[in-house]
Design a protein around this ligand. Sequence first.
Ligand SMILES: NC(=O)c1ccc[n+]([C@@H]2O[C@H](COP(=O)([O-])OP(=O)(O)OC[C@H]3O[C@@H](n4cnc5c(N)ncnc54)[C@H](OP(=O)(O)O)[C@@H]3O)[C@@H](O)[C@H]2O)c1
Length: 350
Amino acid sequence: MNTRGFHIAVVGATGAVGQQMLRTLEERDFPIRQLTLLSSARSAGKTLLYKGEEFTVQEAKPESFEGVDIALFSAGGSISKQLAPEAVKRGAIVVDNTSAYRMDEGVPLVVPEVNKEDLKKHNGIIANPNCSTIQMVAALEPIRQSYGLKKVIVSTYQAVSGAGAQAINEMYGQTESILEGKEVTPEILPVGSDKKHYQIAFNAIPQIDKFQDNGFTFEEMKMINETKKIMHMPELSVAATCVRLPIETGHSESVYFEVETQGLSAAEIKNKLKEAPGIVLEDNPDEQVYPMPAHCVGKKEVFVGRVRKDLDEDTGFHMWVVSDNLLKGAAWNSVQIAETLIEMELVKEK
Ligand SMILES: NC(=O)c1ccc[n+]([C@@H]2O[C@H](COP(=O)([O-])OP(=O)(O)OC[C@H]3O[C@@H](n4cnc5c(N)ncnc54)[C@H](OP(=O)(O)O)[C@@H]3O)[C@@H](O)[C@H]2O)c1
């Protein structure tokens, strides 16, 4: 541990996102003076490694945040509701991975490549957007900047790690059972707390999170509302269909969008994506080059391919967007927010 740097707390350190958060902090050589790892009482006392050093996980309590500079939360919405204000009260800046504060006025919802200036308006809590929203807006922003944006229709192909460590275990367990010719008893997916559960192995489930009165799921509404907030475009037309697939990690999205500018070619859209920060263009149909989740796991960037002009609508284009949902979709975007806070001198060492 360094003598200089920040006191960082990771809330939900034992979870799917928390584990990636630790790996990302380590890989980025984040300036850490003190590290506090928090979980529920269930995991308190466990040890986790950071840069080869053992750290004991503690139960998250209000007093855990004494002296903390930056608290990275990924322990579920109710924990964020309960403990993020306690962390702020004690002088910490919270970067929250849950949906608890995302749509609150006064809480910046940030993808650094798109709207880092919003960080200046924070009141202690900064929200990390939903994983599927992050990769989509990162890919749309360079296009919007040059050509404007009118409409977005997205269909997602989402990995089970987006539903947490238990969902990953459920997918593997079911796969083994089915291969052995045994019955499966789904318990977690699509939504642990919903009435019915369905097999995810060898299946596609068109429900992520609970249904709302308008027929969309909460995940779909997150993509719609968060995109408008991050891009500061309440008038943008957005629709989403979110589907869970038996893939461990890496969300994919088929995105149809319409720009304001007439007469553009796919090559012009590709050129903007090629130059954009955090985006890797993998697009060569002749050589069968396109992004796939299996190739994106463990990488921080957002990968884009299959860029085509629509055959009927002059301002319409299609693209395929893939990213590691636990990295750019969660841990990396949070750590990137923390790095940007330092860069913009919005956080100081205590
Ligand atoms: N997975 C994703 O792609 C993704 C992306 C963006 C945002 N998120 C959000 O991040 C959050 C966590 O997701 P996950 O996938 O990492 O879930 P997960 O694998 O189930 O992990 C949950 C974590 O929260 C901790 N926790 C549970 N109850 C707690 C309590 N009462 N007090 C303190 N800590 C508690 C758990 O600790 P124990 O070990 O003690 O149980 C564990 O560390 C969720 O809100 C999710 O919506 C997830």
